[in-house]
Design a protein around this ligand. Structure first.
Ligand code: GN1
Ligand code: MG
Length: 549
């Protein structure tokens, strides 16, 4: 059987590629202005069908979102059968196919691809897809559906939903009826799975003050509203920033990225959050989570992905120890270079900690090397993964004492609260709430586990960010030239100073990170390194940002 060339040609002509744009499947899939993504979505539909055929008809996921980015942006990414990110070798295939200029060239690239990748076209193709609340979403989904139609693929439209729910659906569809079944393959199955485990974990805990949830005016508002109906007796919540139909509101001065980058409360919450009350922010597709609280002086404190890692990993270690399985279940942590140095120090004194390059897929794969792997990016994107033998052991172990039995039951329920496929703001939120309730922690107690070093992230616009090459999990530059030596020399002048430079995978900028013992020193270091980067990359002297030192 060969490719349905006539159907592809007819439909591809309806979705021409703009001449002047070069697309790239990056860390987060294709991501750019929504209005220039039509041809990409059509082609991704075809690619998803081919990926499914290659994997013997397993269901592939497609998510249309640009997460925390501004509302006019959009994007698309593919999800592999176990709910994980697309295998990396296919990222470059996606890039090549998205950039072939004409329908004829696209078809011939497809034919080459099918041949070299040895795809059996006669196999079935199944794809489940969803989008976030962006206004450009419906037209992009229609283009994707044309791609599926061209391949006669079986499509399931999961509608408007969060990225983690789409990942959940992919995994549950593909494990249905098997011994690795991950739950019921519906949204209701997702809410029921998470909330019933959560509700069991909260039985007997004292009532909690309400949790304020900033929904970023995005799809998380819909999901949080549904979830809250399942939590009436276990967790009072107040949903804020739920204006999904207000043009321009998405991620605007709210959401997890706003809080993390600006290290401050969304202005819309200023009058809502009381002293010592905790709140959290989701991002635009609800896969990132940042917590915060105001202290008794109404001073803002942020609890980011590193703080979540510490809280969650410590709790799981305690449970495993109480059950008596410390020897058999090794808990480990994965971070990136953006993790606050204090968190790395605190965790390394207690657990194995690995540092990997930016991007959830790197963290996820590294976490899978542990029996129980806890990973979060500092920006609040992460989860906990349990190896299959670890899960089997947790569900088959026979405890010897009532205390062990209680801890084991908690561990089993925790496993069901966690969305292991990918970082999930709502699932992570439930997990955090469980730990806080079990430890009787408020924001301040949680925050006191270690003190963050002041840190600063600076974007540097350069003529060509591709000249920046890194090694050692992106902590050191090997190009351009002597820049790393200059950074090293500078860093020694700052107490507990640390700084690194890497090209962004999602924006056309180079990122500079710095931390040191004081805010002033941190800013000084960050802007000096930014200046070095700008000059070394040949930035225009007349445009040099004035804050760069
Ligand atoms: C410093 C930072 O937050 N970087 C983010 C950002 O990647 P960059 O490659 O730095 O642009 O977007 C990624 C995708 O969402 C996320 O995984 C990552 O953590
Ligand atoms: Mg996101």
């Amino acid at each position: 059987m060969s490719l349905p060339v006539n159907d592809i040609r007819r439909l591809s002509d309806l979705h021409p590629k703009p001449q002047d744009i070069n697309y790239q499947y990056g860390t987060a899939g294709f991501r750019t202005l929504g209005k220039v993504l039509d041809s990409v979505l059509f082609r991704v539909g075809i690619l998803a069908a081919l990926r499914s055929k290659k994997l013997d008809g397993k269901t592939i996921g497609v998510m249309v979102t640009a997460s925390h980015n501004p509302e006019p942006d959009n994007g698309v990414k593919l999800v592999d059968p176990r709910g994980e990110m697309l295998e990396s070798s296919w990222e470059s295939h996606a890039t090549v196919l998205a950039n072939t200029p004409s329908t004829d060239e696209f078809i011939s690239a497809l034919q080459d691809f099918v041949k070299t990748t040895k795809i059996d076209i006669s196999k079935p193709a199944r794809v489940v897809y969803a989008r976030d609340t962006r206004p450009s979403g419906p037209a992009l989904v229609a283009a994707l559906e044309d791609g599926l139609k061209a391949m006669s693929a079986e499509g399931r439209n999961a509608g408007v939903t969060t990225t983690p729910i789409l990942h959940y659906l992919v995994r549950t569809i593909n494990t249905k009826g098997s011994k690795e079944s991950y739950g019921t393959d519906t949204e209701e199955g997702y809410y029921t799975k998470l909330s019933s485990a959560f509700n069991k974990l909260m039985v007997g805990r004292p009532p909690r003050p309400p949790l304020v949830i900033d929904c970023a005016n995005g799809v998380g508002a819909l999901a949080a509203r549904v979830l809250s109906r399942y939590l009436v007796n276990s967790l009072p919540v107040e949903l804020e920033n739920t204006a999904i139909d207000t043009p321009g509101a998405l991620n605007n001065s709210c959401g997890a990225d706003f809080v993390k980058v600006n290290q401050k409360l969304p202005p819309s919450l200023t009058d809502l959050l009381g002293p010592c009350q905790r709140g959290c922010s989701l991002d635009g597709d609800a896969d990132r989570l940042i917590y915060f609280y105001l202290d008794e002086h109404r001073q803002f404190h942020m609890l980011d992905g590193d703080k979540i890692t510490t809280l969650v990993a410590s709790f799981i270690v305690e449970l495993v120890k109480t059950v008596g399985l410390s020897e058999k279940l090794k808990v480990g942590v994965v971070q990136t270079a953006y993790a606050n140095g204090s968190s790395t120090k605190y965790l390394s004194e207690r657990l194995p900690v690995k540092c990997v390059p930016t991007g959830v897929k790197h963290l996820h794969h590294a976490a899978e090397q542990y029996d129980i792997g806890v990973y979060f990016e500092a920006n609040g994107h992460g989860t906990v993964v349990f190896s299959q033998p670890a899960q089997d052991l947790i569900f088959s172990h026979q405890p010897s004492t009532p205390t062990q039995l209680t801890a084991l039951t908690h561990l089993q329920n925790i496993l069901n609260v966690i969305n292991q496929t990918v970082g999930d703001a709502l699932s992570d939120m439930l997990l955090v709430e469980v730990v806080l309730a079990h430890k009787s922690y408020g924001g301040a107690e949680w925050d006191s586990l270690y003190t963050d070093l002041p840190n600063r992230l600076v974007k540097v616009v350069v003529p060509d960010r591709n000249i920046f090459k890194t090694v050692d999990a992106e902590r050191r530059l090997v190009s351009p030239g002597a820049l790393q030596n200059k950074i090293d020399e500078l860093v020694t002048k700052y107490s507990e100073g640390r700084s690194f430079v890497r090209p962004s995978g999602t924006e056309d900028v180079v990122r500079v990170y710095a931390e040191a013992t004081t805010r002033r020193q941190t800013d000084d270091l960050a802007f000096r390194v930014a200046g070095l980067v700008y000059d070394e990359a040949g930035g225009d002297r007349s445009q040099r940002p004035k804050e760069f030192l």
